[in-house]
Ligand binder design. Structure first.
Ligand code: PHE
Ligand code: NA
Length: 489
């Protein structure tokens, strides 16, 4: 139970609450949902089972687990760990924004000018990615709180910290989002909001953008191809139903996404209704949806507005925290394995370094940097990392031995659909969409950012992920015995 909640805690995050609803709305509504379900069945669940199998069989963080499969695979584990590090450094800022919004919901401080509030008061946004504009001191307290909670949970260990936190956070989180969804869908105008989100646009069934979005969402959404699920499952007892756990984690995560989508779009529908405009006109995208559009929508709830504002941003904060912890745990576990060091020591050093790095995103250019790093780590780091993972494990490694291991402990067997998904479907779709995005990015600079910015914050980050992965895998294992026996704290 602790494991399931920790895995769900990792999966359920900012991606469910602000990314998913907009992805649906923007990619053909109900059609996106169908493609997303296909991606779930052919990539999400199979890779989740695969990663649970790897972690459970080899009993180490990602680098150690891959190294034990073959010393030639170790670099992939490190590359995934570096991706985790980059993501942690910006993900924590989004949590800090959410915390700050929680606080400002009490007095509805954002009510007068939601957009100005976000860009000026919270972010202190500058003109471009190289104009740092100094650290925004208003973000320092929430940032410190986020790092502190993250630190305490990891420092206390998997059972005593991470699982305990998830056991409290996840049920509370579900309850809060249910309350918002129920209130939202009983408001006048909510039906139009939900229609906007779900109405299928059949003409987009074969649009590769929809497929790219759905597969990209699945990887990020489920925290797979990130070293995380390998790390978490390495702590499982010998007798654990791996496929059962994978199904539960995946369906819980996707169910939560649906719920969050209903909560968000029903309230947006209400706002459109009370302003007498179409939903299209109020639905902003991405970051703007959670921090500009939704705050504006909340203020249309009258006397209940502060309460629902606080609920929503507390949910966002808690969902983000359990995910942040998992990202950092993946990196910390990897370092513990390699350096043969105690959890507490690694946690102190790692968190210190990551917290200092996150100050860069706390500057007035933070949103730009975040946007670029996020685009590159997600669309290439994760998609290609996942692609290489399924290719290595599916084709070069003896997949059958892993399948036997999984089936020896699981009730539902990983059968031919699993093998077929790992060997053929995921590589084909991930490879195709990854390459299409890469070609697109080479042709047209992402979001029109200046080339130098994309070079430093995008392509260079990618290079660090790849080269850094190789270099770290060249370092000697402090204790070679791990490569034979595995470790657990
Ligand atoms: N799965 C999380 C979400 O949906 C995001 C996440 C990404 C968590 C990477 C951990 C690691 O928001
Ligand atoms: Na998720």
């Amino acid at each position: 139970m602790g494991f399931i909640l920790a895995a769900v805690g990792s999966a359920v995050g900012l991606g469910n609450i602000w990314r998913f609803p907009y992805m649906v709305a923007d990619n053909g509504g109900g059609i996106f949902f169908l493609v997303y379900l296909f991606a779930l069945l052919t990539a999400g669940i199979p890779i989740m089972i695969l990663e649970f199998g790897i972690g459970h069989k080899y009993r180490g963080g990602a680098p150690l687990s891959f190294a034990k499969m073959s010393r030639k695979f170790e670099w992939l584990g490190w590359s995934q760990v570096i991706v985790c590090f980059f993501i942690a450094v910006y993900y924590v800022l989004v949590i800090a924004w959410a915390m700050s919004y929680f606080y400002h919901s009490i007095s509805l401080g954002y009510a007068d000018d939601p957009s100005g509030f976000f860009y000026n008061n919270v972010l202190g946004l500058t003109e471009g990615p190289f104009e740092l504009g100094g650290i925004q001191t208003q973000l320092l307290i929430p940032l410190a709180i986020a790092w502190a909670i993250n630190f305490i949970a990891i420092y206390a260990g998997v059972k005593g910290g991470i699982e305990k936190l998830a056991k409290i956070f996840i049920p509370v989180l579900f309850l809060m989002v249910v309350v918002i969804a129920v209130r939202g869908s009983t408001l006048p105008g909510s039906a139009a909001g939900l229609n906007f989100m779900f109405e299928p646009d059949f003409s987009r069934l074969f649009d590769f953008k929809v497929w790219t979005a759905a597969y990209g969402q699945i990887f990020f959404d489920l925290s797979i191809a990130f070293a995380i699920m390998i790390t978490y499952s390495s702590y499982l007892p010998k007798k654990s139903d791996l496929t059962g756990n994978a199904f539960t984690a995946c369906f819980t995560n996707c169910g939560f996404s649906l719920l969050a989508g209903i909560a968000v779009f029903s309230i947006l529908g209400h706002m459109a209704h009370s302003q007498g405009v179409a939903v299209q006109e109020v639905a902003g995208d991405g970051v703007g949806l959670a921090f500009v559009t939704f705050p504006a929508a909340i203020t249309t709830l009258g006397g209940m507005a502060p309460l629902f504002g606080m609920l929503f941003f507390l949910a966002l904060t808690m969902a983000g925290l359990t995910s942040l912890i998992s990202i950092n745990e993946a990196a910390i576990a990897a370092l513990m394995d390699k350096l043969d060091m105690k959890r507490k020591k690694v946690t102190v050093v790692y968190t210190g370094v990551a917290a200092i790095c996150s100050l860069v995103i706390a500057t007035g250019a933070g949103l730009y940097i975040l946007d670029i790093v996020d685009h590159f780590t997600n669309n290439f780091g994760i998609v290609f990392g996942g692609l290489i993972q399924v290719l290595l494990v599916g084709w070069i490694f003896n997949l059958k031995s892993l399948q036997d291991h999984i089936n020896s402990v699981s009730e539902i067997k990983a059968g031919s659909w699993w093998v077929f998904s790992i060997k053929f479907i995921t590589p084909l779709v991930a490879g195709y969409t990854g390459i299409m995005t890469l070609v697109g990015d080479i042709k047209v600079p992402y979001e029109g950012y200046p080339q130098e910015a994309l070079l430093v914050m995008g392509w260079l980050v990618l290079a660090v992920i790849i080269v850094g992965g190789f270099l770290l895998s060249r370092l000697k294992w402090k204790n070679e015995i791990y490569l034979i026996e595995g470790v657990k704290d």
